[in-house]
Design a protein around this ligand. Structure first.
Ligand code: NAD
Length: 275
């Protein structure tokens, strides 16, 4: 099975389905990422704050794949938004990942109370201009944070990675992203596990003869966004990967859209300060 690529606003292509490694201890990450690569995942989503970039790097080094066959994303943590700190944090991530470039580098959270994300963006612009990262973007940015960045800078983020799943569709953010040519990437795409107790999703899964995870990942894919589910279980990696051989009907898509409650599972980007 092949994962389709999406084309970002600078022409770089990115696998629409990738593998996230949040909360996987560094010592378990190599094995998990190796299993993901064996399954066929080529996009890997990590972050400095996850503490497992070394584990990702080891899996990449030990695999037979060429670096250019992979799409590696990492993220700048909120304690490194001063320009020079951001450049150092990027170098540190590269060293841990054992690579000399990233495919995508994101500002992890805006922390508007700190007011420094435009400075961090200038550092990302510099890294991008140097060719050390193929695309740059943001994560957890609300439309007003995006507007502030784009009023200050000619470089439009390629991606905004935000919480998005059936009970939190984050529609206003996705619409603002689309209006600016920014790809939406869903984190917590399975509601960080919460979808598995939803009886409506279980009902649709039974109707289409697929698992709840497959139905929800397929819903993301059909809506055209990038999606990065996480599991350390190789069987579930395979299950989550097998979503390109069936389609949900318009009625099923509409029924899943109707599950939006507008209630987040994770932190609020307006107030989150990284603690
Ligand atoms: P997720 O929505 O991917 O859910 C993960 C949970 O679902 C885990 O408990 C896992 O065991 C379970 N699961 C996965 N596949 C399953 C299956 N087929 N059957 C049953 N259970 C299954 O949550 P997540 O890990 O928080 O999000 C995915 C990725 O998004 C992360 O790994 C990380 O890379 C990224 N992320 C980014 C941010 C951010 O602020 N930018 C925040 C959280 C996560």
């Amino acid at each position: 099975m092949t994962v389709p690529n999406v084309t970002l606003n600078n022409g770089v292509t990115m696998p629409q389905l990738g593998y996230g490694v949040f909360q996987i201890p560094n010592e378990d990450t190599t094995q998990a990422v190796k299993a993901a690569l064996e399954t066929g995942y080529r996009g890997i989503d990590t972050a400095a704050i996850y503490g497992n970039e070394e584990g990702v790097g080891r899996a990449v080094a030990e695999s037979d794949l060429n670096r250019e066959d992979l799409f590696i994303t990492s993220k700048l943590w909120v304690d490194s938004f001063d320009y020079d700190d951001a450049l150092r944090a990027f170098d540190d991530s590269l060293a841990k990942l054992g690579t000399d470039y990233l495919d995508l580098y994101l500002i992890h959270w805006p922390v508007p109370t700190q007011g420094k994300y435009p400075e961090a963006w200038r550092a990302l612009e510099h890294l991008y201009a140097e060719g050390r990262v193929r695309a740059v973007g943001v994560s957890n940015f609300q439309p007003e944070h995006l507007a502030r960045l784009t009023s200050d800078s000619d470089l439009v983020p390629a991606v905004n990675q935000v919480e998005l799943h059936p009970t939190f569709a984050n529609t206003a953010v996705e619409e603002a992203n689309t209006a600016s040519g920014i790809f939406t990437e869903a984190w917590g795409p399975l509601g960080q596990g919460a979808i598995f107790t939803n009886p409506y999703l279980a009902d649709i899964a039974a109707q289409v003869g697929r698992s709840v995870a497959q139905v929800v990942i397929r819903w993301h894919v059909q809506q055209g966004r990038i999606v990065i589910p996480k599991t350390v279980n190789p069987k579930r990696m395979e299950e989550n990967f097998t979503v390109f051989d069936f389609e949900l009907t318009d009625d099923h898509m509409t029924a899943i859209d109707a599950l939006d409650t507008g209630v987040r599972g994770g932190a609020d980007p307006e107030t989150f300060e990284g603690k």
